[in-house]
Design a protein around this ligand. Structure first.
Ligand code: A2P
Length: 315
């Protein structure tokens, strides 16, 4: 069984027994460049706080620090390698099938690990292969590359067979793209997960239902509504954590709006990957296993859906 499937089972199990299993599926996410060393510290703090699932990527430019943090915590005796669930990502410039395995091997070398627990196609579109991670033409337009997603997927299947990735999945795929993979003749492994934007203002009801039916775990990125960095975030959508409903429900449980937003998603079976570099908030985001939302509160939060993305991925 792909390892991540146990996550979905853990998430849908009844209250009370979730805690130990949920810790296994807790993600920690990084994106964008980070000051040197800050990621190393944040991951170590996260592991001490109980996080076990680390969401990374080559394009976050801090995989070496993540790997170092994991290795230091193993050396300390705090964790074993098998306690950690590391997710790596195949970037857009590496979709041609012959590039997939060397790209994953490069990530493993940076991490100094023997395998990743999950390797996912970061985005369904391909860019021109080469050193430029965001290749652009003279008009500033992205240079795309014609590849066959099904062939890319077959190369991921081969990485799993070679033991370089325990499980394989996708990210930012819509239903049509998922179906394309799942209906591929000779499919060996279907995607175990699809990482997409998901939070109370963008609840993904249709994709969530489709993925539930097909046993694909939704991993929700930007579960706190992003950092609102205008260089990549659509800030015309209001700040999630200021939402009156989330704050009112938080008051009742003596929790923050952030904790309510995270609890909402895990309670509906969506894995969350909150991102923080602040020790206090890293710990705060983990304190969500000691209460549960009522059905009425879940409905109230679901009704906040605006169907507007913060991360528009205009590429
Ligand atoms: P910081 O790193 O200073 O904690 P998302 O996970 O949706 O991308 O959101 C990440 C943003 O939310 C970051 O700017 C992060 O800043 C901030 N953040 C993380 N945890 C919390 C929290 N518990 N309360 C408020 N803001 C938070």
């Amino acid at each position: 069984t792909p390892q991540i499937l146990s996550i979905s089972q853990g998430l849908s199990s009844s209250e009370g027994e979730v805690s130990s299993r949920l810790i296994l599926c807790w993600f920690f996410s990084f994106s964008h460049q980070t000051p040197k060393g800050s990621c190393l510290e944040a991951v170590k703090i996260a592991i001490d706080a109980g996080y076990r699932h680390i969401d990374g990527a080559f394009v976050y430019f801090n995989e070496h620090e993540v790997g170092q943090a994991i290795r230091e915590k193993i050396a300390e005796g705090k964790i074993k390698r098998e306690d950690i669930f590391y997710c790596g990502k195949l970037w857009n410039t590496c979709h041609p099938p012959e590039l997939v395995r060397p790209t994953l091997e490069k990530t493993l070398k940076i991490l100094q690990l023997d395998y990743v627990d999950l390797y996912i196609i970061e985005l369904p579109m391909a860019f021109k292969p080469g050193d430029a991670l965001y290749p652009k033409d003279e008009n500033g337009k992205f240079i795309y590359h014609e590849t066959d997603l099904c062939a890319t997927w077959e190369a991921l299947e081969a990485c799993k067979d070679a033991g370089l990735a325990k499980s394989i999945g996708v990210s930012n795929f819509n239903r049509r793209q998922l179906e394309m993979i799942m209906n591929k003749p000779g499919l060996k492994y279907k995607p175990v997960s699809n990482q997409v934007e998901c939070h109370p203002y963008f609840t993904q009801p249709k994709l969530l239902e489709f993925c539930r039916q097909h046993d694909i775990v939704i991993v929700g990125y930007s579960p706190l509504g992003t950092s609102r960095d205008e260089s990549w975030v659509n800030v015309s959508s209001p700040p999630l954590l200021k939402d009156p409903v989330l704050n009112a429900i938080g008051k009742k449980y003596n929790k923050t709006a952030a904790q309510i937003a995270l609890r909402f998603n895990i309670q509906r079976g969506v894995v969350v990957i909150p991102k923080s570099f602040n020790p206090q908030r890293i710990r705060e985001n983990f304190q969500i296993f000691d209460f549960s939302l009522t059905e009425k509160e879940m409905k109230e939060i679901e009704a906040l859906n605006k169907n507007v993305r913060y991360v528009e991925l205009l590429m």
